[in-house]
Design a protein around this ligand. Sequence first.
Ligand SMILES: NC(=O)CC[C@H](N)C(=O)O
Length: 194
Amino acid sequence: MKKIGVLALQGAVAEHMRSIAAAGGEPVAVKQTEQLDELDGLIIPGGESTTIGKLMRKYGFMEAIREFAAQGKPLFGTCAGLIVLAKRIEGQEEAHLGLMDMTVARNAFGRQRESFETDLPVKGIEDPVRAVFIRAPLIKEVSPEVDVLSVYKDEIVTARQGHLLVSSYHPELTDDYRLHAYFLKMAEEAAENR
Ligand SMILES: NC(=O)CC[C@H](N)C(=O)O
């Protein structure tokens, strides 16, 4: 069984742990960098990207997660986690981890549409996925290395670059575990190639 960490500094941690368990993985709440060694993949949850970024710096996670990614271990960022993984954030000088070659805009759906749910077709998953958007970011631009997995109203909301997966919505707030199952498969494949 693959061990999947959920970065437990702030945000929707318990929900991701439940979804990983339901998809057949072993979830681990990650509070210290030493825990990364035993993992096959790591989820960076939704929450507030500035807060998560600040806590990551404080507890030494920036370097540790970059090292984790350099070993080819997969990362999955949802909502704020997507912002944390991006190389470029609109209107902000500094990125956080800066790993995935894309530009993101925070809180991009505007006031009336701050929160909503929809059924979203995702490349590689058979039927549409139930997606919950909460003050969600959008992916404004991606490099050719990034594979766009879904688009909502002409905007990119799910994408993958090799071992990096991101969604601007919260797949962990529904009983639909297929995106977590997709990530588990990425972790299995990465472990075979290590
Ligand atoms: N639900 C979320 O994770 C919201 C993300 C938040 N708006 C941010 O900019 O970090």
